[in-house]
Design a binder for this molecule. Structure first.
Ligand code: C5P
Length: 221
């Protein structure tokens, strides 16, 4: 079986993709399936951690032995992650969080208007949850991990993002039309703020998850 090298640790993982409602029947969303976050939850539980999984709109079966909190929007995800993070040893933001939400929610279905080609929709920026968690940790030993999907210059953009977000580790996935989203496999590099680069070869998301936990554990000691 797996080593119990996360025993006594509490890890918080966000997974899935947020949906920002426009009106009672529509939302702005993304194609994240939640597979990577769920793989992180399963592997952490197998290694002995207490796991809180904040799941945004994922249809995957709930992993056994994991506390699952279900959320819809970025605001709900932020509240749930913040709450759970207070006593967490590690926070891993694997969820795809909408960068913007409709500035206003229409309580009735938004209608097309005669002669208007432009939709009557304005967007507002959502808070950057990863940056907030990184900045506001009162436990300086808490490890914070982000994910980044990059379509080009993965390493250069990843380095800049790691610095901007203030997290300890960043998993950079190179994405394209047929890569990563909705798939059981992925390829990545994991950047550590100490400069270490760990390539993760193409393979199951469980393998990437285990490599990430190895790096988190290395950070604990
Ligand atoms: O900036 P970008 O969206 O590429 O960053 C991705 C990382 O930041 C992911 O870990 C994601 O969960 C997190 N994120 C966040 N809040 C946002 C947008 C992204 O925590 N509003």
């Amino acid at each position: 079986g797996a080593p119990a090298d996360l025993a006594g640790r509490h890890v918080v993982i966000s997974a899935g993709g947020t949906r920002e409602p426009l009106d009672p029947v529509r939302f702005l969303g993304n194609r994240s399936s939640g597979r990577q976050g769920y793989a992180l939850a399963r592997t952490a539980a197998a290694r002995g951690a207490r796991v809180t999984l904040v799941a945004a709109n994922s249809e995957l079966p709930e992993p056994a032995g994991v506390d699952v909190l279900r959320v819809g929007t970025a605001t709900q995800l932020r509240d749930a992650v913040r709450d759970a993070a207070t006593d967490a040893d590690a926070v891993v933001m694997a969820a795809a969080v909408a960068d913007f939400r409709p500035a206003e929610y229409a309580s009735g279905k938004i209608k097309k208007r005669e002669g208007e080609e432009q939709a009557p929709i304005t967007l507002r920026k959502n808070p950057d949850i990863l940056a907030e968690i990184s900045e506001n940790r009162d436990n300086s030993r808490q490890i914070v991990v982000g994910f980044a999907a990059e379509t080009d210059d993965a390493l250069v953009n990843g380095r800049a993002k790691l610095a901007r977000k203030g997290c300890d580790l960043l998993v950079v996935n190179e994405v394209g039309e047929h890569k990563t989203f909705g798939s059981d496999e992925s390829e990545a590099v994991i950047l550590d703020s100490d400069g270490t680069v760990t390539p993760v070869p193409f393979g199951p998301k469980e393998a990437l998850a285990d490599t990430l936990w190895d790096l988190v554990i290395r950070r604990f000691s």
